[in-house]
Ligand binder design. Structure first.
Ligand code: SF4
Length: 306
């Protein structure tokens, strides 16, 4: 029986649309990047565009412990993985997050995708000290969806704009220059004018060299309810890559680990068909690009990497 507030366990299931010869397959060309759904799908926000539908009550995936993560780091090292990313949900809801980062930095560079709300001065000071004491780089991405409260808060929640700025400011004071991640949830977020508004905002916070990453929205999860789901024509076919090379897709070089096994990428983590196995070595085979979200990756050239 499934516990209240928890979705049924996800299992390996071939995509029903995956028919060789019709749906293209992407090879894992080089295993460069390993993601961890380190906070599961639990978040202290419930953003209306979240393609994972993370929220305080979404327990589809639970937080991962350091003890669960270390074997994957060891396996990743054997497979030549070059860098590590942590996301959720909100990673800093994981009580072991700082210990997990410290351990990961023994293996390679690490990046954390956070909503910024748990970046108090003390934590930022510890993170800066950690980054200063290791050989590999430690990077942070802070998400916001508008350059003012009027555009950000309807997506991320009332009062979040000011709290995000506070978190960014705390990082900057500690000597960390985060990448600000913005989705194209508003038409002008990704325009030249929109980018300049974000740059101005960051300069006002003392950031000398603002860093900005713009991402399209994926019409799955909460976003499918906020705006619209994919239409039937928005799927990939062999003819979309006439040379058969899908190396521009991030799934040609990454995998995602959750508390329930290994998924193909950070985007399909709620899709049962996205699960490829239990250990990394189970997931080195090709993957069918059958999900409509794959269309967004191809058309927009998306990479969740910084
Ligand atoms: S959603 Fe994007 S990254 Fe994930 S399998 Fe499809 S193309 Fe690859």
């Amino acid at each position: 029986m499934t516990e209240p507030g928890k979705s049924p366990p996800l299992s390996v299931a071939p995509s029903p649309a995956a028919r060789p010869g019709e749906v293209p397959f992407v090879e894992l060309q080089s295993f460069d990047t390993l993601w961890f759904q380190v906070a599961g799908t639990v978040c202290n926000l419930a953003c209306t565009h979240c393609f994972v539908s993370s929220s305080p009550t979404n327990h589809t995936h639970e937080a991962m412990t350091l003890a669960q993560i270390v074997p994957y780091l060891d396996e990743a090292a054997e497979l030549g993985v070059k860098e590590f990313y942590f996301t959720g949900g909100e990673p800093f809801l994981n009580p072991e997050m700082e210990a997990i980062l410290a351990k990961t930095l023994e293996y390679g560079p690490a990046s954390v995708l956070t909503n910024g709300l748990m970046l108090d001065p003390a934590r930022c000071g510890r993170l800066a000290a950690l980054a200063a004491g290791v050989e590999y780089s430690l990077d942070f991405r802070v998400s916001m969806d508008g350059y003012d409260a009027e555009s950000n808060d309807p997506i991320r929640g009332e009062g979040t704009f000011e709290r995000i700025l506070e978190g960014i400011s705390n990082l900057v004071v500690a000597g960390i220059n985060p990448v600000i991640t913005v989705t194209e949830v508003h038409d002008d977020n990704g325009t030249v004018r929109g980018k300049e508004r974000f740059f101005e905002l960051l300069r006002e916070l003392g950031v000398e060299r603002p860093r900005l990453k713009i991402l399209p929205v994926f019409k799955i999860g909460a976003e499918a309810e906020r705006s619209a789901a994919y239409e039937s024509w928005q799927v990939l076919r062999d003819v979309d890559a006439p040379d058969g090379d899908w190396g521009h897709l991030q799934c040609s070089s990454c995998r995602m680990v959750t508390d329930q096994g290994v998924w193909v990428c950070p985007i399909l983590v709620n899709e049962p068909s996205g699960k490829m196995g239990e250990r990394l070595k189970d997931t080195l085979n090709a993957f069918p690009l059958a999900h409509p979200a794959c269309w967004t990756c191809h058309v927009y050239g998306v990479s969740c990497k910084t």
